[in-house]
Design a protein around this ligand. Structure first.
Ligand code: HEC
Length: 285
């Protein structure tokens, strides 16, 4: 029987594990009733989730035509776009895309740096040569690299759901994409009595409700050729899904391995149980 002291210690430890978990405390909440990003339905959520290829392709188009003028995505290579589990462009398309970019290379035999057309193995070139150039062009704000953004942002779902989020295996893993979707569609008129510094925009979902990012999307700005609605809400969802894939390209594989492990454990438990019955069958008890 554990003493009450031990019990108290264990309870405190459990409390720390719950409330002190980084996934809970790192989430953005300004404490002034900031609205929570609405929960979206994602094809890649849950144990059986997988990416919707069409959505990833549309999302990539939005990234390429809109976001890439400010945000780099430095970890993504052109060849990734044709890999399994992603937008799955044909290799010829990915190659043509790569060749449409100019990549800095060098030095050559004469010691000079030069530009050449991209190859499949190249990564996406950044829109600005360095952080200072980006800030100078954007009123001092810095657009973060998008390679892992969808996994790097989150928010607290509040009581009692944050308890579930603290448990491994039960945690909701789509905070980041919900947040980005809400943010892109979350611009609103600045309310009376609030004055924003120049170059700042009112946005319901950005922590502090202001952002240095001008509203990037507008209805009809990107043409879809698969008949999906060309609205800000749809663009926001598609590009968020694309960013989720960029941040976790092996999600499908990870989920499949997880399922196989669980299946294996169930079979193993059954075997262990029957072995135990057999071994103990002859023992009187
Ligand atoms: C005109 C340049 C520009 C374009 C185009 C742009 N952004 Fe941004 N973005 C910014 C800047 C600047 C920031 C940093 C804002 C700040 O720190 O206040 C930012 C920040 C963000 C953030 C981070 C918010 C956070 O929590 O830190 C996300 C997410 C984001 N942008 C998504 C997008 C997406 C998706 C697109 C394309 C649909 C896009 N942006 C297009 C300039 C841009």
């Amino acid at each position: 029987m554990p003493s009450s002291k031990t019990f108290g210690f264990l309870a405190a430890l459990a409390a720390v594990a719950f409330f002190g978990s980084p996934s809970v405390s790192a989430m953005a909440e300004d404490g002034h009733g900031q609205p929570k990003p609405p929960r979206q339905q994602w094809s890649f959520a849950g144990a059986f989730g997988s990416y919707d290829k069409g959505q990833l392709r549309r999302g990539f188009k939005v990234y390429k035509e809109v976001c890439s003028s400010c945000h780099s995505i430095g970890l993504l290579a052109f060849r990734n776009l044709s890999e399994k589990g992603g937008p799955e462009l044909s290799e010829a398309d990915a190659k043509a895309l790569a060749e449409s970019y100019k990549i800095k290379d060098g030095p050559n035999d004469a010691g000079d740096y030069y530009e050449r057309p991209g190859r499949l193995s190249d990564r996406f070139p950044p829109p600005f040569p360095n952080e200072q150039a980006a800030r100078a062009a954007l009123n001092g704000a810095y657009p973060p690299d998008m390679s892992v953004l969808a996994k790097a942002r989150g928010y607290s779902r509040g009581f009692p759901l944050f308890l579930a989020d603290a448990l491994p295996g039960f945690a909701y893993q789509e905070h980041g994409v919900d947040y980005i979707t809400a943010l892109l569609d979350g611009y609103a008129d600045t309310p009376k009595g609030v004055t924003l510094p120049p170059g700042q925009y009112y946005n319901l979902y950005m922590p502090g409700r202001r952002t240095g990012m001008p509203p990037p999307l507008s209805d009809g700005a990107v043409t879809y050729d698969d008949g999906s609605p060309q609205t800000v809400a749809q663009y926001a969802k598609d590009v968020s899904a694309f960013l989720m894939w960029a941040a976790e390209p092996h999600l499908e594989e990870r989920k499949q391995v997880g399922l196989r492990v669980v299946g294996f454990l169930i079979v193993l438990s059954a075997l262990v149980y029957f072995t135990k019955r057999k071994i103990w069958a002859k023992v009187e008890h």
